[in-house]
Design a binder for this molecule. Structure first.
Ligand code: GLN
Length: 484
């Protein structure tokens, strides 16, 4: 199976080198044959995919093709898909067939994509290693003893393994960017409000944002184009025009001011990652950018602040899983209390329970001011750090993660060490900003991610900066040893 990008597939479909049905069948065959090594899919939908592919081929013949007509992709199993199980990698939703499509799913379908299936993730998107899934851990195609990152680890592994050219992800604290970094991919977390959250199972509503994951910045632009825009069904979606992202890829970057936060090069950073990031900054200098040292002084507070706010919101969002309305229900409940208690005790995994307990505690009267209100105040300070920085720079650059992919099992029993993996990504969600991770080298055969953070709603500059770097580097073109 060739290492296709979406742009390659569109060219092949236009030139009639292959039909959507043929390319879709190739991916379905690859999934059937190889996904046992990675566990990147929870549900594969071959019949539906082939029907969609045939419809796409007809649309292309009739001249009514949408922008992504006939391109097969996968959806993170957190997006509701009508008629197809939407599990969020939880026993709680193992039997849940969504009755409607998420806006992201619907918009991509309108653009003509074919859905191969639903990818694995950490349960309810809580995790950084894809080890908390009810359906088992996912393996990294660069090194199958290592995690692919999380929570969108299934999407990342599927792409890196060559089982899908691209996929959707969601990012609450780094879940698009961190797995993209660990699997050698390009992944974009859009500005909060850019992409509708309607039909995306809620984890922490003020932080969650859906976005694209693919091999290249160009493919991210193509996917974001279809996903982005106002949706009256999500009251936090912004009614702003959506720029032409692909046209923006060649935006002139000379004179671009790139800020490098000194706090992102602290002790915990792997020295080989630090030097790969320095080398990529040199490339940007050659491209005419100006590199400036900046400070984001509240960086060290981002992880503790997030681990109050995200669990607090999660504890409220997850109260809907009560065994009454949908999802898992315990056997033979004695009474209503027993129904609630046993359903939730049996249906949720350990990490989800830990978050519900922390969140409920932080919101309880007597602790609300000490924890939740304080965290909200710190969130404002973090946002102000970025506002201050963006007065003198156009984008901010640094590593996506402090370490490359770590071994399966290495951090799962130590939640705090696991939480620190998101030290460079979490502040971006707290501030609602867009950010992209792109491949910037390797250490001991494992990919390194460069993170670029932008101003609110300025995804265009991030995509352009990533794309132009990818015209001068080939990290993103390397194929994982485990890929098919
Ligand atoms: N790893 C972070 C967490 O566990 C972020 C997850 C995410 O972005 N969904 O909460």
């Amino acid at each position: 199976m060739p290492n296709h990008t979406i742009a390659d597939i569109l060219r092949g479909l236009e030139a009639k080198t292959f039909s959507s049905e043929e390319i879709t069948q190739q991916y379905l065959d690859a999934i059937a044959k190889h996904d046992g090594n990675f566990n990147s899919f929870i549900t594969v939908t071959p019949d539906q995919a082939l029907a969609q592919a045939r419809a796409a081929d007809t649309a292309r013949q009739n001249g009514s093709a949408g922008a992504l007509c006939g391109v097969p992709i996968a959806h993170k199993d957190i997006f509701c898909t009508e008629g197809v199980r939407t599990s969020c990698a939880s026993k709680m939703l193992d039997n849940f067939i969504a009755p409607y499509n998420a806006t992201v799913v619907e918009r991509l379908a309108n653009a003509g994509v074919v859905t191969l299936g639903k990818t694995n993730l950490d349960e309810f998107a809580m995790g950084s290693s894809n080890e908390t899934s009810f359906y088992g851990a996912v393996r990294n195609p660069w090194n199958t003893d290592c995690v692919p990152g999380g929570s969108s680890g299934g999407s990342a592994a599927a792409i890196a393994a060559g089982l899908a050219p691209a996929a959707t992800g969601t990012d609450t604290g780094g879940s698009i960017r961190q797995p993209a970094a660990l699997c050698g991919l390009t992944g974009l977390k859009p500005t909060y409000g850019r992409v509708s959250r309607y039909g995306m199972i809620a984890f922490a509503s003020s932080l969650d944002q859906g976005g694209p994951m693919a091999k290249t910045a160009e493919d991210n632009a193509l996917l974001l184009q279809a996903m982005a825009g106002f949706d009256h069904r999500d009251s936090t979606s912004m009614d702003l025009p959506v720029p032409d992202y692909r046209a923006g890829l060649n935006k002139d970057l000379s004179g671009l001011k790139i800020g490098v936060p000194k706090e992102y090069f602290s002790d915990g950073l792997d020295p080989e990652i630090a030097s790969a990031i320095e080398a990529s900054l040199d490339e940007y200098r050659k491209m005419g950018a100006e590199i400036k040292s900046i400070s984001l002084p509240h960086t060290h507070l981002a992880v503790p602040c997030y681990y109050i706010i995200a669990p607090a919101e999660a504890s409220a969002n997850l109260s809907r899983f009560d065994g009454v309305r949908y999802g898992y229900r315990c056997e033979n409940p004695k009474d209503l209390d027993d129904l609630y208690t046993r359903t939730r005790a049996e249906g949720f995994g350990e990490e989800v329970k830990r978050r519900i307990l922390i969140g409920t505690y932080a919101l309880s009267s007597g602790f609300y001011d000490a924890y939740y209100r304080k965290a909200q105040q710190i969130r404002r300070l973090i946002k102000q750090d970025f506002d201050e920085a963006f007065k003198s720079v156009d984008i901010i650059a640094g590593p996506t993660t402090p370490n490359p992919a770590f071994a399966l099992g290495e951090k799962v029993s130590d939640p705090v060490t696991m939480y620190l993996e998101d030290i460079y990504t979490i502040a971006v969600n707290l501030a609602g900003l867009p950010a992209i991770s792109l491949p910037a080298g390797f250490t001991k055969g494992k990919p390194i991610g460069l993170q670029l953070i932008g101003r609110d709603f300025d995804e265009t500059t991030l995509l352009a900066a990533a794309h132009q770097y990818q015209q001068r580097s080939d990290w993103h073109q390397q194929a994982a040893p485990g890929s098919v």
